[in-house]
Design a protein around this ligand. Structure first.
Ligand SMILES: [Zn+2]
Length: 237
């Protein structure tokens, strides 16, 4: 089955009615969801699935099934599983997700502030890191200044879909050497930060860069001769 991914077109959607397709020890599959499944350096969402009658199932993680099309909502240990066909409401832990949306978008801007190939990265709750293929010595204060300048532009973040062939014809669009954009449906989502950045990405982003808030560069580590790991933390909002 293919779960309909509502978070791709609207990352701000916190809940949706849905129907249970199946539920087993691995997780609960719904026909549609607002839960982001772990991938591309971003953790899977937490939240709850509310049943008719008021009971709720705590969801501790969200992952793709082996087919990479079915999304599994991983329930807390010992949670009772819903029956196939049941109508439910899927609701994410919004405050956590929003911190990840801000951090994820900040990492796009970090890759603009530091225009080197990206070899890895990870998104956390209002914090994250990127690894760059870069031999230069980076100055923490200077990187932080550039990053906050970009955030302050309050540039709109949007998206458009292109065919796989168009991406293959423009390999320069892919900045991340380790994280390949999600393929297999014949089209790829490009995330655009107006006038600053375009790259294929399946993650969740804020609508404009001003929502990121103040960012601090907390550490720049040398991981080998040509690898620099840059960590950022966002201020509380
Ligand atoms: Zn992204």
């Amino acid at each position: 089955m293919t779960t309909e991914t509502l978070f791709r077109d609207d990352a701000y959607r916190r809940e949706t009615p849905a129907t249970v397709v199946f539920a087993d020890a691995r997780g609960v599959a719904l026909d549609r969801t607002v839960f982001y499944p772990q991938g591309g350096g971003q953790p899977g969402d937490q939240g709850e699935i509310a049943l008719e009658g008021g009971a709720t199932i705590p969801i501790v993680n969200t992952i793709y099934d082996a087919d990479r099309k079915t999304i599994l909502h991983v329930p807390a240990a010992d949670a009772a599983l819903p029956a196939p066909g049941a109508g439910v409401v899927a609701r994410i832990d919004w405050s956590r997700r929003y911190k990840r949306m801000r951090a994820h978008t900040a990492l796009h801007l970090l890759s603009v502030a530091l225009p080197y190939p990206v070899t890895g990265g990870s998104v956390g709750d209002a914090e994250g890191r990127l690894d760059f293929d870069c031999e230069a010595t980076l100055d923490k204060a200077e990187v932080e200044r550039r990053l906050n300048e970009l955030i302050a532009l309050d540039a709109p973040v949007g998206q458009r879909w292109i065919a796989d062939e168009e991406l293959d014809a423009n390999p320069g669009l892919v900045k991340t050497m380790s994280v390949k954009p999600p393929r297999g449906t014949g089209r790829v989502r490009l995330v655009t930060i107006e006038t600053l950045d375009v790259q294929p990405c399946g993650g969740t982003h804020v609508a404009s860069t001003g929502e990121i808030g103040r960012a601090s560069v907390t550490q720049i580590e040398k991981k080998g001769r040509i690898n620099r790991r840059v960590r950022i933390v966002l201020s509380e909002q």
